[in-house]
Design a protein around this ligand. Structure first.
Ligand SMILES: C[S@@+](CC[C@H](N)C(=O)[O-])C[C@H]1O[C@@H](n2cnc3c(N)ncnc32)[C@H](O)[C@@H]1O
Length: 297
């Protein structure tokens, strides 16, 4: 049998996708061209809402780019991989004169009930952005590290530069797998994240390359900062981040259990997570997050 050109299997469809990371009780996106490994369901939306406020509190702001005045006066903003739109909606409320567009492969964003200065659209961000050139003053992207393959990051940056206006800013915020004072249990969980990243060809340490990727793409005024956040101790950020990561590691249980079969039962896993929480308090473990922005000349 021969295939017509239109019937060719999509890129990546034939590779060993390794679906072992999926929890059968959760729902996942169906875009065969996207590598993203976390679920798309109510439970995941709840986690992302909580995570948004944890990160806002930890970083002290929703963004670092020097665009506060412009946002107040009214600019056009793209939130790439917006998820349920928590950042987009928060920003839209704070800056009613500006217009916010969100893109995601999952339609978990609001479609009917939403502020009039927001629009959301299904889109794979590894493909050219569905907007004319020079549309946006600011492009924001947060927490795509579990979604973009190694070779896709530069493509995504170049897609944004197409739709960004001259002098416009683009900004990435990412989590890392680096720990400060990580104990053995927390290190085991982070190692599992690295395993899944290798399996799916994700660039888990991409934050280290942001500044060079931005500069290679022609950006000027590139600035980065790292945030060292408490994990299950010290303050509200520590408490929220722990809850957030607990939910994420629960979603990743199948892969943890595959490499550590002794954690396969619900009871063993719950006990392990509880012990990990205590270990983080005892070791004063911190997580590292990274933010980088640049300007289109
Ligand atoms: C961890 S969530 C972060 C959501 C949001 N940026 C935030 O910070 O709350 C990652 C989001 O990226 C989306 N995503 C992953 N790969 C994508 C792709 N190739 N194109 C568009 N969205 C993608 C996922 O569906 C998910 O909603």
């Amino acid at each position: 049998m021969t295939l017509n050109i239109d019937e060719q299997p999509p890129a990546h469809a034939n590779e060993n996708e390794g679906n072992d990371y999926k929890d059968q009780s959760r729902k996942y996106h169906e875009n065969v061209n996207a590598a993203y490994v976390l679920p798309e369901d109510e439970m995941e939306n709840d986690r992302l809402y909580m995570q948004h406020y944890a990160l806002k509190l930890a970083f002290g702001a929703n963004f670092d780019s020097p665009i506060e005045e412009e946002l107040e006066q009214g600019i056009t903003v793209l939130d790439s991989g917006c998820g349920p739109g928590t950042w987009t909606l928060d920003m839209a409320q704070q800056y009613p004169q500006s217009k916010f567009y969100g893109l995601d492969i999952s339609s978990v964003f609001p479609t009917e009930i939403k502020p009039s200065n927001t629009e959301f659209q299904l889109h794979n961000i590894t493909e050219p952005a569905p907007f004319p050139e020079n549309t946006f003053d600011y492009v924001h992207q947060r927490l795509l590290v579990m979604g973009l393959r190694n070779e896709e990051w530069k493509k995504v940056i170049s897609n944004y530069l197409q739709v960004l206006k001259s002098n416009g800013y683009f900004e990435f915020t990412e989590c890392t797998t680096d720990l400060v004072n990580g104990g053995p249990k927390m290190t085991l969980l982070m190692d599992c994240m690295k395993t899944i990243a290798t399996m799916k060809d994700l660039h888990i340490e991409v934050y280290r390359d942001f500044a060079s990727y931005f500069e290679e793409a022609g950006a000027i005024n590139v600035r980065s900062r790292q945030l060292i956040a408490p994990f299950n101790h010290t303050n509200k950020v520590g408490e929220l981040l722990w809850k957030d990561y607990c939910m994420m590691f629960t979603a990743l249980k199948p892969i943890v259990a595959k490499t550590h079969p002794e954690l396969a039962s619900e009871e063993a896993y719950a006990k392990f997570m509880e012990e990990t929480g205590e270990e983080c308090k005892e070791y004063k473990t911190h997580l590292i997050f990274s933010r980088c922005y640049g300007q289109k000349p």
